[in-house]
Design a protein around this ligand. Sequence first.
Ligand SMILES: N[C@@H](CCC(=O)N[C@@H](CS)C(=O)NCC(=O)O)C(=O)O
Length: 347
Amino acid sequence: MTVVELMGAPGSPYTRKMLALMRYRHIPYRISWQSITAPGDMGHKNRPKPKVALLPTYYLPDANGEIQAVTDSTPILRRFEEEYEGRSVIPSDAIMAFLNWLLEDYGDEWLTKSMFHYRWHYAADIKKAGSILPRWGNISASDEEIEPLSKYVSDRQTGRLTYVGSNEVTKETIENSFTRFMTLLDAHLQTAPFIFGQRPSSADFAVYGQLTCLALFDPTSSAIVVSEFPRIYAWTELMEDLSGLAVADDDSGWLDSSSAMPETLLALVQELARLYIPYLKLNAEAVMSSAEMVDGEVDGRPYQQNPFPYQAKCLQWIGEQYAALSDRDKARLAELTAETGLIEALS
Ligand SMILES: N[C@@H](CCC(=O)N[C@@H](CS)C(=O)NCC(=O)O)C(=O)O
């Protein structure tokens, strides 16, 4: 059996998303640990370099069998759906699969703002991340060797806060949205062990990836999760290794659209409609008009960040996923989510 090769780091939420996914799906892998340790150090010496240096980087064959460096967990996860049978992480019902796409995207693109904000905003978090992150790629390095790397990593990452959108204007919006999302997820997990029922979906893995930082590692956010959302702390630990989880061989265990959706899932959808999709639209407008700043309102408060072209693409993909639904599914989605404002947000 082919072994999938990748480079990643334990401090990278997307690496953790994909490691947990591969464990659950029984996809054998080999990882080389990499932390962002020194200028120009991103990349495996004897390997092709990806177009954009991101973690995780996978080394996968293209159509001609040539190994290429590829990044972006969302399409890679779907490539694995084609290549490996069983234990799928995409709900079998088209409507639930669409909502799963949205929630996966929220985890990857919005919850990560909380992750980056909590890790690089408060002194205790910066100190912990600065001292641990560079060690993950250099476990035997001496303290003297680590010291300048700690400084490099902290300076570099705090300098990137502005790209992620964590700043004095948005701090409150990001922190409020984190506790609100935790409250909604906590309520929903009281109805089922995973977001879309009895088996984990790609949205669970995306949210889990960010929570390996927010719940388990970074002291400020972890203190919030441990004291206010112990269920989510426990869930995050469970998600890490689902290789032994028994799931039905058929497609049973997923929520489906034939009956009403749980109120707690609708509340999560409402959060996407109210906050996430409007944010994506604001960003996409700024990208399309080549504005210098995203400058508008999110969640009823002023919002500013540097325009992010990748997230304009995310909005386009969401539109394509919606357009691919049959007319019947679109009508049923509208009916099921009528109270949430989702369809209005998507239009
Ligand atoms: N959309 C990408 C995002 C990956 C990503 O942003 N990775 C971060 C670390 S978790 C990274 O490598 N950042 C590089 C940098 O900050 O320069 C995915 O889903 O894989």
